[in-house]
Design a protein. Sequence first.
Length: 414
Amino acid sequence: MSADGRTFEDISNKTVGTTSPLGGIIDIFKSLPTGLKLPRDLGQKLLSPNLKALAQQKVAVDDSVLGIYRATDGKGLNQSYKQLIQAAFQPEWWNSTWSIQVDKNDGSRQPVLLGLGSIIDPNKKTYALMEYNFSLFFGLAVQLYESTQISDNAPIDQYFDGNQNALTPQQVRGKQLFQGTAKCINCHGGAEFTNASVKNVQDQRLERMIMGDGQQAVYDNGFYNIGVRPTTDDLGVGGKDPFGNPLSESRVAQLGKFQQLLGATPNITVSPNQRIAADGAFKVPTLRNVELTAPYFHNGGKLTLKEVVEFYNRGGDFHEQNIANLDADIQNLSLSDQDKDDLVAFLKALTDERVRYEKAPFDHPQLFVHNGHPGNETSVTNDGTGKATDDLLEIPSVGRNGRSTAPSNFLATP
């Protein structure tokens, strides 16, 4: 997924064409000679007419999207990636007798079109149009799939839609605390329950704020230092990218590179001597379905929602140590035990039951997630090439009606 050391064209070229059946992505990795990067025919393989999509993954018969394409043996789809691309995209993006050739070692990678009868330079890489545009197909497919994953039927949504019985009296009290004394809404605002939403930052990417020490600073909207760990432990958005550029848009603006690096104009002027509050700041996550996403904070330092509420109630764990960069709302809240319980109850009202039980549109085919490496504290299993073998966690396929019992959460998983 990172395409480390190679362009997406290389990856697409690996996913689109020979007639050899693919035994699964993992088998491709296992078959590689030591030290060799992924073969440049992976894209060609994925686009092979003989390779069915999701070939090694079980698909539920009642999958809300893929069920009608399910292969008769229950594994994968009855269509290839190539067929799916042809069905989804206009022919001008994939149907051509011309090829595209790029230099192997030239960083500019300026493409050259090759018609029928053109001489193929063996020192250059050649792609069919479908291979060359594979990143386009891949990116749009991911974007459009993600646009269907909208969690908008939690009790809080039903409550705002007019069903006053959707929240319990305790959750209503928690909602009032969330919007008032507990100050949660100051960072977790809007329908997304985060100030880092596109809607909130698109016209106001930078803001001025009075910090915990009472002094003003400019910060990246939606990113805050809340005292989870000492600021110097992890600079968060206050760090730099591999090229030495600030991750913080406030510091990019301070250097006068905002438009150069981000293609936009900052909404406020940041002078060279302006104080910036970026160190130790992290992006505010959504609170939707937060009941299901333990452990909490960027370091996983809190196990339960009750622990999270208690953290905020005491004003964070490193209030004084982080005071220069600390969000001013991080302070002792003096909440009672009943207040804490009410807040936790309200946070659970943000859970969409379709997400909990993986009902449509949150159903999916069988998935395998990397889960570390077999071994112990001192050694791991060698795969024969000097690298560790991977431990895979299976997430079984599920259809539109979801599961009868919810999957175990973090605390219940051995």
